[in-house]
Design a protein around this ligand. Sequence first.
Ligand code: ADP
Ligand code: MG
Ligand code: ZN
Length: 467
Amino acid sequence: MNYKVNIGLEVHIELNTKSKMFCNCKANFGDEENKNTCPICLALPGALPIVNKDAITLAIKTGLATNCNIENKIIFDRKNYFYKDLPKGYQITQFYNPICKNGYINLESKIINIREIHIEEDAGKIGKNNCIDYNRAGVPLLELVTIPDFENAEEVIEFLKILKETLLFCNISDCKMQEGSMRVDINLSVRKDNMPLGNRVEIKNVGSFKSIKNAINYEIERHINLLENGYTINIETRKFDENINKTIFIRNKETIEDYCYFKEPDLIPINLSNKFIENIKNNMPMLPQEKRKIYKQKYNLSSNNINDILCNPKINKLFEDLVSIIKEPKEIANLISGELFKIINENNLNIEDLQPNINYISNLISLLLNNKISRDTYKNVFFEIIINNIEPISFIEKNNLYLVTDIDVIEYTVINVLKNNIKSIEDYKNGKEKALKYLIGQCMKEFNGKCDNNIIKDLLLKNINNK
Ligand code: ADP
Ligand code: MG
Ligand code: ZN
């Protein structure tokens, strides 16, 4: 029997703000436990929340980047539940009026609709020795909820990669799944063709793209097996255990009634002006999906090159800055994909620490493109620029690395080499291509490698044919 799969995502995104959602505490990851706390985020009696304007701005940016309608009125609600990492006994969220609604993201072959994006606050977490660390309590969080439009794991991964790239390039979140700043809940059901949606299971907080793929595929198989054997699917919450590659039951799904939602009485609604939203719109950077199109259609770059220059906003800025000076995207992309990544990997560098001098690099590329230096010299000097911030022109002059370009000088050497290698000339004339290579090598030796291969070859052929 054929089954259809429906998957909807709930993605939690920690925002890149300096401070928390409703207080002035730092929103840093990895600080000493409970260092970033105050009466507001510890919920001491009488403490009142104050809305973080930067978080509102980032939420709007996210909505604009994902084609959502933006609400002018910001209203918060209380979601009540008891858990030890939630000091207030409720979470401030947006249940009735999410700030962004009805967006979408285009995949290669289909559209995934986004039901809403709302703002909320994160909870604390269990720290060392089972103590609770409230540093994360109150960190601004977005929850993005999709319609169950996905039909398989590949579509989910494609969507998450686009979303992650978008959030990184708009400087909304660092999206580090391993640090929990991007967390994904998977909702999944299966059904027979033309039937309404089946009962769904929610898999909470799956921690990596690989686990997301495995969890989905495991769960599809589990559902189909149960249905084929005459069982029904229990609506429940599960988690994915990476060690055994299986999902495990945690609890029955909570219902809306469990949370007793009501409007947050400590915060009055905020009215955003159209100008405020317009201003954010006008300052949006170009989205990576748009860049991809340009790189492919206008620059004709390979998908490997494109993935490399979009892997990180800093690398991308380096690429774009260089292209704006030297209009040779292919050469620049190859330099990044090849040499730069090699240097980064071999020397264990952190991309964020790189301070490449754009002028130095563009000068070096010009020297190569104008046949002033060999490719070997180009690579070696590029290494010096990245690692030691060496100024290329004086370095090349000082080390005498320019190619010999004076044709008379080159021809003089070529003629000499031919004089000393009469046998090779005969070999070549008798059809041995290798002999020509040997002669080129002999000339190169005379120039210590600092001469253009093709010029030598042309001059060799001209002088051999004259003989
Ligand atoms: P809750 O917050 O209680 O989990 P929501 O209504 O917010 O419930 O839905 C959460 C997610 O579940 C959404 O991403 C939605 O697309 C997905 N979803 C809802 N019904 C189904 C279903 N039958 N099959 C698969 N996914 C579903
Ligand atoms: Mg849910
Ligand atoms: Zn605080």
